[in-house]
Design a protein around this ligand. Structure first.
Ligand code: G3H
Ligand code: ZN
Length: 287
């Protein structure tokens, strides 16, 4: 089926007190694997392309976006396309013409007033272009190779009162919250602050997004969804699975030269990992 809107998938997830998984895709194989996993699981899915992935492709958004649009077309489950962690205005404005229905605008590294000003402007533009906009307040650590923020560092947790003001002042459609997860974790032992999540859920009337979910174990993910997380972002878990499979494949046969053999192994590993996470996230619906 043709791409659906991220906002619709998230609204549907909120209505059933559940969440939708959003996977970061870097290559065509990621896209193929995530769509295949969602079809097998019978769940909707969001394909998301980060600004870092666009940078990897020489700042060309169109090829990967076109691959996502074309791969979603024959899918038997709803697939949405989201542009993730956008910091540059040029890239933000390209989203509307490439099949994206939503953008995460990331100004979380800026002081509060500057984050508000930049996010308000991005939201106004996104809404004029018919896009759903997610922003971040309080910074989820581990971005761009930096380590996790210490739990008590300023901004390492989203403060509910400030978040309420931020949503009112910017008009965002969804908010990424810092509640203890961190980007690029290669171990699954993050512990989330569920009390803080409950306070944020009570203070805000927009869907909440969990970033850095690769480091969050299944039980914590289920609890977070039951506690009000509506979109679960996962990237590193796919990289871990893909790279391990490619490494094992190449180590197993030093004569390998055809990239299809190891890319098939990598793609298969992504299907397996996404296929395990999708039902965990989708099934974590509150009673
Ligand atoms: O926006 C993307 C996610 O926050 C991915 O984080 O790579 O740690 O799973 P992760
Ligand atoms: Zn993120």
């Amino acid at each position: 089926m043709p791409l659906v809107a991220t906002g619709d998938l998230v609204t549907r997830a909120v209505a059933r007190h559940g969440a939708v998984a959003a996977f970061n895709v870097i290559t065509l194989e990621h896209i193929e694997a995530v769509v295949a996993a969602a079809e097998t699981a019978g769940t909707p899915v969001i394909l998301q392309v980060s600004e870092n992935a666009v940078k990897f492709h020489g700042w060309r958004l169109a090829p990967l976006a076109a691959a996502a649009v074309q791969s979603a077309e024959p899918s038997t489950v709803p697939v949405a396309l989201h542009l993730d962690h956008v910091k540059t205005g040029e890239l933000l404005r390209e989203a509307a013409d490439r099949g994206f229905s939503s953008v995460m605008f990331d100004a979380a590294h800026l002081p509060y007033a500057e984050n508000v000003a930049a996010t308000r402007e991005a939201t106004a533009w996104a809404h004029s272009a018919g896009l759903w906009l997610e922003a971040e307040l309080g910074e989820v650590g581990g971005k761009d190779g930096r380590g996790p923020l210490p739990a008590h560092a300023p901004g390492a947790r989203t403060e509910p009162g400030e978040a309420r003001r931020f949503v009112e002042e910017t008009g965002v459609d969804a908010l990424a919250v810092a509640i203890g997860s961190s980007h690029a974790m290669t171990s699954r032992d993050a512990r989330l602050d569920h009390e803080l999540l409950a306070a944020l859920r009570g203070a805000l009337d927009v869907p909440l997004v969990l970033h850095g979910s690769s480091g969050v174990p299944d039980d914590e993910l289920r609890r977070a969804v039951r506690g009000g997380i509506a979109k679960v972002n996962i990237g590193t878990a796919l990289s871990i699975a893909m790279t391990a499979a490619v490494r094992a494949h190449l180590a197993g046969d030093e004569r390998t030269v055809d990239p299809r053999s190891y890319l098939a192994a990598g793609r298969g590993a992504i299907i397996e990992t996404a296929g395990r996470l999708l039902p965990t996230i989708a099934a974590a619906t509150a009673a």
